[in-house]
Design a protein around this ligand. Structure first.
Ligand code: HEC
Length: 248
């Protein structure tokens, strides 16, 4: 970060970078493959497309705020180092080894320049704290009421456990797509066929929400759950819940 531009903040996801459009510039790709890459749009990536040929990209998640979270990906394949190794070897073509029998992947390359750096990369990533929301960015009184909705009528805290970085994944729990009304395609492409409860952190800083970005705003998130879980929240309860989510 050049002096005067601002304060560096590592770990927030890029929402402008159009990785698919960049990769699609490659002259060696067939037109049909280019069309898939061009369909993703900014801030999204599909790390399985080169393996299974299915097109269902995910919103790039924050790398920060993962301390104490057992599994890193939306679909709970593995912890931070699993994912870093997967991306380094199968996506960025780093010279290293990665294997996951459940996904039928076994790449062994010598010398392995990836595995030795995984511990320091992990330590760096887990050192990235979630930024606290700026003063004035939410209404504290409404957020206080929203917190009550979160833990009671809204039923949010039954999966987003407040004492565990707002996820139940540390208890070994993953959720069937139908439990929260999620599109099942992404989960069906991976080994667990389920979604991990996303840890909630710095929420107002990285819309859109859910693995596929299907909720553009936090109000959309609340509407989604109100509909899918049949919560019957009043407009005031919904608004209070949104203020609480902004405060996380
Ligand atoms: C049955 C478990 C469960 C319940 C109940 C639940 N969630 Fe979730 N939540 C999940 C799962 C699983 C995901 C990941 C879904 C995905 O990525 O498609 C998620 C994702 C989210 C996200 C997206 C975070 C991000 O960074 O993209 C938000 C926000 C959220 N939930 C808020 C809530 C709120 C508010 C409630 C209560 C109204 C609630 N959740 C109730 C399991 C649950």
């Amino acid at each position: 970060m050049a002096p005067g531009v601002g304060r560096r903040l590592d770990g927030l996801p890029n929402r402008d970078l159009n990785v698919g459009a960049i990769v699609a510039l490659s002259p060696v790709l067939p037109a049909a493959v280019k069309a898939v890459f061009n369909s993703w749009g900014p801030g999204k990536y599909d790390a399985e497309f080169n393996r299974d040929g299915i097109n269902s990209p995910v919103v790039i998640p924050p790398a920060l705020g993962l301390r104490g979270v057992a599994l890193e990906t939306y679909t709970g394949e593995g912890p931070v180092s699993y994912w870093n190794a997967y991306v380094a070897v199968t996506q960025m073509h780093g010279h290293g080894s990665f294997s996951d029998p459940a996904l039928g992947i076994n790449i062994q390359q010598s010398p392995d320049r990836v595995t030795p750096v995984l511990p320091v990369l992990r330590a760096y990533q887990l050192g990235l704290n979630a930024p606290t929301p700026a003063a004035g960015s939410f209404d504290p009184a409404a957020a206080g009421r929203g917190k009550v909705v979160f833990t009671s009528t809204g039923r949010c805290a039954s999966c987003h456990l407040p004492a565990m970085v707002f996820t139940d994944v540390n208890l070994g729990i993953l959720h069937d797509p139908s439990e929260t009304g999620m599109d099942p395609v992404r989960a069906s492409r991976l080994k667990n066929h389920k979604y991990r409860t996303t840890p909630l952190r710095a929420l107002s800083q990285h819309p859109p929400y859910f693995h596929d970005g299907s909720a553009a705003t936090l109000a959309d998130v609340v509407e989604h759950y109100n509909r899918v879980l049949g919560l019957g929240l009043s407009d005031t309860q919904k608004a209070d819940l949104v203020e609480y989510l902004k405060s996380l």
